[in-house]
Ligand binder design. Structure first.
Ligand SMILES: [Zn+2]
Length: 134
């Protein structure tokens, strides 16, 4: 597992948050496979001889597996967010939630355990992580 979580500083990221980021990534991939700009995809599948249907199934399986790793309360919120949003995890930069661009006064960089506790924006409901600008 790699590219999804690249924003951490030195602190370890909350494992649930990392799972959510992976899910976000996989869902975007799934969406790309499922419709919209298929022109390019079809070309690619011909070239690499990929069964698109099978690829999509594997994605769905992986998504389900990852969802199974979420705690009950996180999963509940995820299920509310996921159908209506592309992004379920958003950064907070300089105290502003990048899901809704409302400032979150409590999410300051100096706060302790910021990466350990999974938090969400009270305005838009997205899971948030603090992206430090240092
Ligand atoms: Zn927000």
């Amino acid at each position: 597992m790699s590219a999804a979580a690249s924003t951490t500083g030195n602190e370890p990221m909350n494992p649930q948050l990392m799972t959510l980021m992976e899910l976000q990534d996989l869902r975007a991939q799934h969406k790309a496979l499922s419709g919209g700009e298929t022109g390019l995809m079809e070309e690619e599948t011909e070239r690499f001889n990929i069964d698109l249907e099978e690829a999509r199934e594997h994605l769905e399986e992986t998504i389900e597996e990852l969802e199974g790793r979420l705690s009950e309360s996180v999963l509940r919120r995820y299920r509310i967010l996921a159908p209506s949003r592309d992004r379920i995890v958003v950064p907070v930069i300089r105290g502003v939630c990048y899901g809704c661009f409302v400032s979150i006064p409590t999410a300051t960089a100096g706060e302790q355990d910021i990466h350990q506790s999974l938090r969400s924006c009270q305005n838009c409901g997205c899971f948030i992580y603090v992206a430090s600008s240092t």
